[in-house]
Design a protein around this ligand. Structure first.
Ligand code: PHE
Ligand code: FE
Length: 331
């Protein structure tokens, strides 16, 4: 676990994507060689024919629930591309078919992997415009909570924006930047950028806040909490600020960062040499997930009532109910 990652006291439950991402970033439990049946780049055939009727039905339930909830909440590009990629067709998407559609738009593909892959492999796929997706789907009793990213999170959450040309460039640049960060020993700083943008980012659109992070849009609870709940801070995106900020891996975020546009995000990252940024970060202290700094451009100063309520209740359950009543998020 990267230094400073917040764990809530004694809670074994850890949100899926969070845990998976940390593990991916830290390469824990990951061997150097691909598992049996996987290619040298760790990919496996999706084997679409193996999904049961129940597996497809789970996708359909999750899809219907989120597609409804995200109207007026997700950013325009996400909603537009959900349709454009035909993701609303019943059943778990066939990656080959999906990749063909995606490739025509932005040159990206979706490839299946058996589980977590080493950092460098993950970054290398992104740098080559391949998004790695888990090919299993959660069980019907795990609609709101699971520990590893499944095909719903990976495909519903991440793929629509890969059809957006600017976002597509950002993700590729992130992969290249990831490989580069290894040379600087700055992986955890770059992980924070991924966390607060790709997974939990908000965007300002026509004067309103909208969702774009995959961890939010694929979560029924957090897709309400992130926009509507008075608890979290909502802070204007600033690269150095974000890369200093620790994050929650066990519950909803205490701060969300708001980008003005994907162009602005691309400019601040892909068109910025991170070497001096990494050097500057060495001299700056980390920032706690709930902290507000004098320099912050605040959209909302959060009450933190949700997090405080949870910390106070001995069971770790919040006495303050989050919107939707979910204790754990699904990412
Ligand atoms: N420009 C960054 C660097 O110089 C790489 C990067 C691009 C990182 C996009 C994140 C996102 O290392
Ligand atoms: Fe994800």
């Amino acid at each position: 676990m990267p230094p400073g990652v917040v764990m809530s006291a004694g809670r074994a439950v850890v949100a899926c994507r969070a845990k998976a991402y940390i593990r991916r970033m830290e390469s824990l439990h990951i061997h150097d060689a691909p598992p049996e049946g996987a290619a040298d780049d760790w990919t496996v055939p999706q084997d679409w024919a193996h999904y049961s009727a129940q597996a497809h039905a789970t996708w359909d339930r999750l899809f219907a629930r989120q597609a409804r909830q995200l109207q007026g909440r997700a950013c325009a590009a996400f909603l537009r591309n959900l349709d454009a990629l035909h993701l609303s067709r019943p059943g778990i998407p066939d990656f080959d078919e999906l990749s063909e559609r995606l490739h025509k738009r932005t040159g990206w593909q979706v490839v299946a992997v058996p589980g977590l892959v080493p950092d460098a492999v993950f970054f290398d796929h992104l740098a080559n415009r391949r998004f790695v997706a888990g090919n299993f789907i959660r069980r019907p009793d795990q609609l709101d909570y699971l520990e590893e990213p499944d095909v719903f999170h990976d495909v519903f959450g991440h793929v629509p924006l890969l059809a957006d040309p600017v976002y597509a460039d950002y993700m590729q640049a992130y992969g290249q930047g990831g490989l580069r960060s290894l040379d600087f020993g700055a992986l955890n700083k770059l992980a924070r950028l991924y966390w607060y943008t790709v997974e939990f980012g908000l965007i300002e659109e026509e004067g309103a806040l909208r969702l774009f992070g995959a961890g939010i849009v694929s979560s029924h609870g957090e897709s309400r909490f992130a926009l509507d709940d008075p608890s979290p801070n909502r802070i204007g995106f600033d690269l150095t600020r974000v890369m200093r900020t620790n994050y929650r891996i066990d519950d909803y975020q205490q701060s969300y960062f708001v980008i003005p546009s994907f162009e602005a995000l691309l400019r601040a990252t892909a068109e910025t040499d991170f070497a001096p940024v990494y050097a500057a970060l060495e001299r700056l202290p980390d920032v706690a997930p709930e902290a507000v700094l004098a320099q912050d451009r605040l959209f909302t100063r959060g009450t933190q009532a949700y997090a405080i309520g949870k910390a106070q209740s001995p069971s770790g359950r919040s006495s303050v109910s989050p919107l939707g009543g979910m204790a754990n998020r699904t990412t």
